[in-house]
Ligand binder design. Structure first.
Ligand code: SF4
Ligand code: SF4
Length: 347
């Protein structure tokens, strides 16, 4: 972890108690490193102090500017739209690297993510949080990564899904896409709802929810999108895609399949590498759950589902659907769930 050595023109010094009996803070002549803060700890501390009303916004900007050092930072705006938060939970469960390392350390040497906005994880709420998202978009044009988790309601100009307010009026998720998508360096669609609509867009879909790719087409926005589907998205697929983008830039079209996914994770079918292939070849099929055999008769969607679950497995390699005797439900595919229903019957 990098320790700040930038000379900050005065972090703070105590000047006596305020009316609430707490110590006032004002400019002093200390450096961040004298406090033994890391860069990230400093940022978090400064933001928390600002949110608590200890600092003005202009002073906070000076602090942040002073802390800028050579490490390349990638601001992230992680927006949860029509979603269950399951993909956030899944990604937070990353083990190697841990989520702490992902958001506090350099994810790759010289590259550090800066999670500016995540409505569930961030401490700030209300106007402070929505202003943070807008401010990141304004200050980092062309440089921030816009992560979308969830589908986007589109009927009636998206009024069924809103995030925050502006001048007393709700801001629709669709409006957020209008504002933030055009100037993003790239958009990562995390989870099947964001990528293709998923459960949020399942029939009868009264909100007209769509995946981000379809919404961008509707709005004629050309920002490149990489889909990282899954219900939820596997943490390795997310971390690996982010690392790929930071190291080599956006994937070229040959690295993506026709569903906009990286082939390194989604290039082969579940069926292709399934542990039950011997059962299939010898014609042994399970007719009820728990019975040894290929799960095709119980509705397994592995033959037309593309993901590396058989190799990677889930929960840090502990298990995966078919090894737990549950048929693959095809959660990484554009048609999920409608095209795969009923899930536990052969189609
Ligand atoms: S269990 Fe599913 S993925 Fe595995 S061999 Fe049978 S049909 Fe294919
Ligand atoms: S095995 Fe199928 S249902 Fe299970 S996580 Fe992988 S793609 Fe989704």
């Amino acid at each position: 972890m990098q320790v700040l050595d930038a000379k900050v023109p005065g972090v703070y010094e105590r000047t006596g108690p305020n009316s609430a009996g707490r110590q006032n803070l004002s400019l002093g002549r200390l450096t961040v490193s004298e406090y033994g803060f890391t860069r990230r700890e400093f940022m978090r501390w400064a933001l928390a102090a600002s949110a608590a009303g200890a600092f003005s916004q202009s002073f906070l900007s000076k602090l942040v500017a002073a802390a800028e050092v050579a490490v390349k930072e990638y601001p992230l705006i992680w927006m949860q739209t029509s979603a269950c938060s399951g993909c956030s939970v899944s990604v937070i469960n990353t083990i190697h690297p841990s989520i702490k390392n992902v958001i506090l350390d350099q994810i790759l040497p010289g590259h550090q993510l800066f999670l500016n906005y995540h409505s569930t994880l961030m401490a700030a709420a209300g106007t402070l949080s929505t202003e943070t998202a807008m401010d990141t978009g304004r200050r980092h044009k062309g440089k921030y990564i816009y992560i979308v988790e969830g589908a986007i309601p589109t009927f009636k100009d998206g009024i069924d899904g809103t995030l925050g307010e502006e001048n007393g009026k709700p801001i629709t998720m669709l409006e957020w896409v209008r504002r933030l998508a055009p100037d993003a360096m790239a958009i990562l669609a995390v989870g099947t709802c964001a990528a293709y609509g998923g459960i949020a867009a399942a029939s009868p879909n009264p909100t007209g929810s769509k995946g981000i790719g379809d919404v961008l087409k509707m709005l004629s926005i050309k920002t490149p999108v990489v889909n990282i589907p899954g219900c939820p998205c596997h943490p390795d697929w997310f971390i690996g895609t982010v690392a790929r983008v930071l190291l080599y830039g956006l994937p070229n079209p040959k690295e993506l399949d026709e569903a906009g996914r990286l082939k390194i994770y989604f290039g082969k079918s579940v069926h292709n590498r399934c542990i039950n292939r011997d059962y299939l070849d010898e014609g042994t099929f399970s007719s009820k759950f728990g019975e040894p055999g290929c799960l095709l008769e119980l509705g397994c969607k592995g033959p037309f589902t593309y993901a590396d679950c058989p190799l990677r497995q889930w929960n840090s390699g502990v298990n995966w659907c078919i090894n737990a005797n549950a048929p693959c439900i095809g959660c990484t595919e554009p048609g999920f769930p409608d095209a795969h229903s009923p899930l536990y019957q052969r189609r």
